[in-house]
Design a protein around this ligand. Structure first.
Ligand SMILES: *[C@@H]1O[C@H](CO)[C@@H](O)[C@H](O)[C@H]1NC(C)=O
Ligand SMILES: *[C@@H]1O[C@H](CO)[C@@H](O)[C@H](O)[C@H]1NC(C)=O
Ligand SMILES: [Zn+2]
Length: 313
């Protein structure tokens, strides 16, 4: 009995975080929260995302045909929201993808981004060890589901399809992003939302013709509960964004609510997860857009050098 009371007293004496919530390391430096090593759910499983894609080890797969994008060109006013981890824009389910080697038609749920305050990190996926400034994720679920949470309770490893776009710093303004970037100041704090002027997804991403090249693997959500139910597509083509447009994300947005600002100011920076072990998984690549355009000059240069040498000596 005594030990029980002592235990009780000890338990009560612990400073209990009201709601121990998952967070990124940049938050854990300032408040008590669950950082990646303590993320709950399936986050310590063997088929996690993101990953480092080693292009030389990707397997060419002819079933990875081009996508059919439905209503990706639909101009519409949409709501942008700071959810305390990222900025998210809800999409209506008339937006769909099929083809792309997928077994099903998927409908859009939302898109969001990951970033840093440097232009050489911030993306979740890396390619041959290289990070990019940001990464855009367009999240889709199988058509038969009503919601993301319903899809997450499904039993297949492809209930969710995420299209991932690497965003690289560019000297050019990206006019397609001006609308979104201008609204970041209206969603500075957690749970703030704002209405974006009309735009389509194709204002943000490269035209369909440039999206025939992509990597494919099976992984997880990159935030808790990290459910391993995502069929991933990471496109070869990068989205160029001016570095001043990129920096608007890390300088305008905060993880915390406005009420919390006096106690803890947490700029929304480094809201990306580090790459996870590939394990026994394989990464596939579609045929188009890879190798040939880049490889020809690389093959030709040594050949010409060789021929020149023959002539000169
Ligand atoms: C291509 O990918 C499909 C799944 O989309 C798989 O069933 C098939 O075995 C793969 N082919 C090769 C050659 O890896
Ligand atoms: C980029 O576009 C924004 C908004 O239209 C403008 O304010 C800014 O000066 C432009 N920057 C460059 C480098 O063109
Ligand atoms: Zn994401």
């Amino acid at each position: 009995m005594i030990s029980f009371l002592m235990l009780l007293a000890l338990t009560l004496a612990q400073p209990v975080a009201p709601e121990s919530h998952w967070c990124y390391p940049s938050q854990a430096a300032k408040i008590t929260c669950l950082e990646p090593s303590n993320w709950p759910g399936y986050c310590h499983g063997s088929r996690q995302s993101p990953i480092n894609i080693i292009t030389e080890k990707t397997i060419l797969n002819s079933s990875l045909v081009p996508f059919t994008f439905t209503n990706y060109d639909e101009k519409k006013s949409r709501i942008i929201r700071n959810n305390g981890h990222t900025v998210e824009v809800e999409l209506d389910d008339s937006i769909k993808i099929s083809g792309g080697g997928l077994q099903d038609t998927y409908k859009a749920v939302a898109f969001h981004m990951h970033w840093s305050d440097f232009v050489d990190e911030g993306s979740e996926h890396t390619v041959d060890g290289k990070s990019y400034a940001m990464e855009l994720h367009i999240v889709h679920i199988k058509e038969k589901f009503q919601s993301l949470s319903e899809a997450l309770s499904g039993s297949d490893n492809d209930e969710i399809a995420v299209l991932g776009f690497l965003i690289k710093a560019s000297p050019q303004n990206n006019s397609g992003f001006v609308n979104l970037v201008e609204n970041l100041n209206d969603v500075k704090f957690q749970y703030y939302d704002s209405t974006l002027k009309q735009f389509s997804l194709f204002d943000l991403i490269p035209e369909a013709d440039k999206l025939k090249g992509y990597y494919r693997y099976w992984g997880s959500l990159t935030t808790p509960q990290c459910e391993e139910k995502v069929v991933w597509t990471v496109f070869h083509e990068r989205i160029p964004l001016h570095s001043s447009q990129i920096f608007e994300f890390s300088t305008s947005l905060y993880y915390n609510s406005e009420e919390e600002m006096e106690a803890t100011m947490m700029p929304m920076i480094d809201n990306y997860r580090k790459t996870q072990p590939l394990g026994d998984r394989q990464v596939f690549t579609s045929g188009v857009g890879i190798l040939l355009p880049q490889a020809w000059p690389m093959l030709l240069a040594p050949l010409l050098t060789y021929l020149l040498t023959l002539f000169l000596y």
